[in-house]
Unconditional design. Structure first.
Length: 412
């Protein structure tokens, strides 16, 4: 089975458990994010073929005793296996090493890729079921789905409150140009009627990067603002577009807003930092065997010498801390705001044969000056009071630097 690695298996219902431990084919990719992953893809052909490390007799004792003695409805074999795997992973006592069932794994991958096939609806869970809120102009709305329609079925899947929100959302998604049949219940003339819609999914690109010129005030009219919500596979392309359009609009300095950016793909974070830094170390990865992987900048970044201030807060985490830490260490930007979250670990994500996934912490990362951020975060150069206007604080920094601002902020 081909194995795909990227930074930052249908488990047969209940075949010999040894297969689970040493014969899983898998797809994997790395993470730098409290909740999400970081990805880069390399195709290899090597399956896992390790010897079974433990005697599983105790496991089978418990399995068979439960089958014999339990009074009530037994869970499906797959649910038992997933429960066992969650317990195994939790025994490592690492909040970032987790097992995700297929629906959660699919949504995680969608979020990291930044593009997915969907019909364009928000789904709200209530006590009586799931209700739809179609986005104007997208397929569900065009097909006739209305705000407040209750979702009854997705193809042959009966939708009930017992399903998780992730299960429902993942079932609505799929490949772009594929079709899904949804059945809804709609209140009409004091009666509920069932309606069936055939909806074709479209490719939706998450807008995780937005940009604008700050305002028309002569004192700040040349300030460009870039808000980065998280780092996905598309974020570097979006950042290049943002820089090009802001420069064309007359921007001569940039505010990069990383507040509440929980992270994303390590590769994208490094690529974006490289747009602002022309030489030197961008990231140090320290592995459990003591070895290190060092990533260095390439010359001629897209940002050139544009002056830069980065806004951070307690929600700035993981991959966004990689960017902010590199910019701060190189003197390429001032950080304004509150101390960041402090997540200094990287994860691999392995996609398993039943489309579930295993996220495993595999390294600790350090800033170019070898600062550890785990548990302490990054300290801003200019601390802003909680609840204050961070953009105003940044503008005040530039004002205080007066004529020297471009040289100081650009690290020249």
């Amino acid at each position: 089975m081909r194995t795909r690695f990227s930074r930052f298996l249908y488990l047969p219902a209940f075949v010999a458990l040894a297969v689970i431990f040493f014969a899983l084919g898998y797809v994997s990719y790395p993470l730098s994010h409290p909740l999400l992953t970081s990805q880069s893809f390399v195709e290899v052909e090597t399956p896992l073929e390790n010897e079974d490390p433990v005697n599983l007799q105790l496991f089978w004792e418990v399995w068979h005793l439960l089958e014999r003695d339990f009074y009530g409805v037994e869970p499906e074999p797959e649910a038992r296996i997933h429960g066992m795997l969650k317990g195994l992973v939790e025994s490592y006592q690492d909040p970032y090493t987790v097992f995700l069932e297929p629906p959660q794994a699919a949504l995680q991958e969608d979020a990291l890729q930044g593009v997915y096939g969907d019909i364009g609806v928000e789904v709200e869970r209530r006590e009586e079921g799931y209700f739809l809120y179609p986005e104007p102009g997208l397929p569900a709305a065009k097909a006739g789905v209305r705000v407040g329609d209750q979702l009854i079925r997705i193809d042959n899947l009966v939708v009930s409150p017992r399903l998780s929100h992730d299960e429902v959302q993942a079932s609505l998604r799929g490949d772009a140009r594929s079709k899904v049949e949804i059945t809804v219940s709609r209140a009409e003339d004091d009666a509920a009627v069932e309606l069936i819609f055939q909806v074709e999914r479209v490719e939706i690109e998450a807008q995780n990067t937005t940009w604008w010129m700050l305002d028309e005030d002569p004192a700040t009219a040349t300030v460009g603002v870039i808000k980065q919500k998280m780092f996905t596979d598309y974020s570097a392309t979006q950042m290049r577009t943002a820089l090009a359009e802001l420069k064309a609009a007359g921007a001569d300095r940039i505010l990069l807003d990383l507040r509440d950016n929980r992270g994303g793909t390590v590769e994208t974070a490094v690529e974006i930092a490289d747009m602002w830094i022309d030489s030197g170390v961008l990231l140090v990865e320290r592995h459990s065997d003591g070895s290190e992987t060092i990533t260095e900048a390439k010359p001629d970044g897209e940002a050139g010498d544009l002056p830069l201030i980065v806004l951070i807060n307690g929600g700035t985490a993981s991959a966004s801390e990689i960017v902010a830490g590199a910019l701060q260490d190189h003197g390429r930007a001032l950080l304004v705001g509150e101390p960041s979250f402090g997540k200094g670990y990287l994860q691999w994500v392995h996609r398993l044969s039943d489309e579930s996934s295993l996220q495993v912490t595999h390294a600790e990362w350090l800033t170019p000056h070898r600062r550890l951020v785990t548990g302490v975060g990054l300290t801003p150069d200019v601390v802003a009071e909680p609840g204050s206007d961070f953009i105003a604080e940044a503008l005040a920094v530039w004002a205080s630097l007066a004529e020297d601002a471009p040289q100081v902020i650009a690290g020249q």
